[in-house]
Design a protein around this ligand. Structure first.
Ligand code: NAD
Ligand code: UDP
Length: 312
């Protein structure tokens, strides 16, 4: 089977490409490289079952040969969205999702949309089940990302109803691991790189806000199981092990053997206070349960950044 992975040069996309190839698929990877990097796919340069196309999903994309699956992970993610690429995020989530759904419709392919826990906004229900509709400020700084993803979810369901497209929505919670960008502004690369470089860890606000972190291999396994299922979703994928940013800072200092201080920085506007997935649905319907413990995942990620910094 041939699958198309949009966002293939990104952090999650490149790991998903690896998984699809290891399952025996042919893969067409598509990316405009706005936040991704061709180095994430460099190991596939001699892989005959992989083709890369540089393309912006805001324009239609056609494949002549039969396509059995479409994964749409193409979107600026991380704080870069709010600060540098707000309009690009809305267009990728809007026109871009439309075009990728169009490709799936044309081929009668299974379609997976990478949505996000951000659709729950600053949640009033905790942990968050899929049945919760969220608490999003439609004109706040984060809305460009949240609303683009909510629009994408609505569009995927519109395609299901109107065209019978076999679409499924994954709601991904905070995920980390090798191939994250050192400078993309998310807390994992920030704290790890700061620790390794002997700089103070930038804790935003008082550090009591919580997140729940899932290692990339587990997350990709969840995406893959979801793709192979006949669910429509939305389905939460994440590791329900909630912690504060202060706790995370201490774990990273311990795992890097660093004694750097913490420095309190301003809390970003509308930063969600708590976030933790309810993954009962994925456990029950997909038999999926994240396996990698936080410290084990952090060790692998620290090793990745150590090497990346050495090569700079
Ligand atoms: P990433 O920035 O590493 O990957 C996104 C990729 O999409 C990049 O390679 C980028 O160049 C590409 N892209 C962006 N706009 C595009 C466009 N218009 N046309 C073609 N390619 C485009 O981020 P990631 O963390 O790997 O995220 C992948 C997907 O998963 C995103 O859709 C993101 O919203 C979603 N997600 C990620 C997380 C997480 O914790 N990593 C959490 C929730 C949702
Ligand atoms: N954060 C932090 N220091 C940093 C970067 C982020 O304390 O250097 C905090 C941020 O305010 C948020 C949490 O870490 O509360 C997770 O941020 P990230 O951008 O990784 O993900 P998201 O906010 O999208 O969940």
């Amino acid at each position: 089977m041939r699958v198309v992975v949009f966002g293939a040069a990104g952090f999650l996309g490149s790991h998903l490409v690896d998984r699809c190839l290891s399952e025996g698929y042919r893969v067409v990877g598509v990316d405009n490289l706005c936040t991704g990097a061709s180095e994430n796919l460099a190991h596939l340069v001699n892989e005959p079952r992989f083709d890369f196309v540089e393309h912006d999903i805001c324009e239609p994309f056609f494949v002549e040969e039969k396509v059995g699956g479409v994964f749409n992970l193409a979107s600026p993610a991380s704080p870069i969205v709010f600060e540098v690429m707000p309009v690009e995020a809305m267009l990728a989530g809007g026109a871009g999702t439309h075009h990728t759904l169009g490709l799936a419709r044309r081929h009668g392919a299974r379609y997976l949309l990478a949505s996000t826990s951000e659709v729950y906004g600053d949640p009033r229900v905790h942990p968050q089940p899929e049945s919760y509709w969220g608490n999003v400020n439609p004109v706040g700084v984060r809305s460009v990302y949240d609303e683009a993803k909510r629009y994408g979810e609505a569009l995927a369901f519109a395609y299901r109803r109107k065209h019978g497209t076999n679409a499924v929505v994954a709601r991904i919670f905070n995920t980390y691991g090798p191939r994250m960008r050192a400078d993309d502004g998310r807390v994992m690369p920030n704290f790890i790189v700061q620790s390794l470089q002997g700089e103070p860890l930038t804790v935003y606000g008082d550090g009591t806000q919580t997140r729940s972190f899932c290692y990339v291999d587990d997350l990709v396994d969840g995406l893959f199981r979801l793709f192979r299922s006949d669910l429509a979703g939305p389905v939460n994928l994440g590791r329900p092990d909630e912690m504060t940013m202060l706790e995370l800072a201490n774990v990273i200092r311990e795992e890097t053997g660093s004694k750097v201080p913490l420095v309190e920085c301003p809390l970003p506007e509308e930063d969600p206070a708590r976030r933790c997935p309810d993954i009962s649905l994925a456990r029950r319907e997909l038999g999926w349960n994240p396996q990698v413990e936080l410290r084990e995942g952090i060790r692998k990620t620290v090793e990745y950044f150590r090497q990346a910094l050495r090569q700079k």
